[in-house]
Design a protein. Sequence first.
Length: 180
Amino acid sequence: MIGLLSIYGLGYSILPKENPAKSFLRDTLPVPREIPNLLFYLQRDPDSNTICYTLNLDKNGLLNEKDPVKIFWVRYAGDGSRKELNYLQKKYAYGINVKAEGKDHFEIKSVAYPRRSLHLKKNDSNKYQVITTINDKECALQRVFIHITGGTPISPKVEYIELQGTDYTTGKMVVERVKV
């Protein structure tokens, strides 16, 4: 219900793809830096707090295959500290479900929109990335932005979401805005 539930509602449309490399993302928001094993991050109105999705590695640097992705807030609007998601955020908004698909490959589905799949897998450099389709191109997901124009914290009014990633084949940035 919180955040992503409204984003991944039943009705949406894709805005024109006239300039797929142009980002509409808010350039004023901070970019997470020095976060080890960052896969991608999610930002939304009304503040700069950011949700980070990172690899969940054990003390030996090996992937926790039962729980491969760790999710947490970076409170940029406050003191910049990290904070775990609360139960409702994990269960209904920003949490994920993960299923092993094979060696070094996991299917990831948002709890808010389980019909859309992401794939955590190793790239040609033997590093994990989250792969999804952005503007009809297979991309390594880097950033998600949610534009909220009103509503309540439990039921926000989302105008659009924007996905940004790197084309898996060409290395070029690809952006897609999905109107909700």
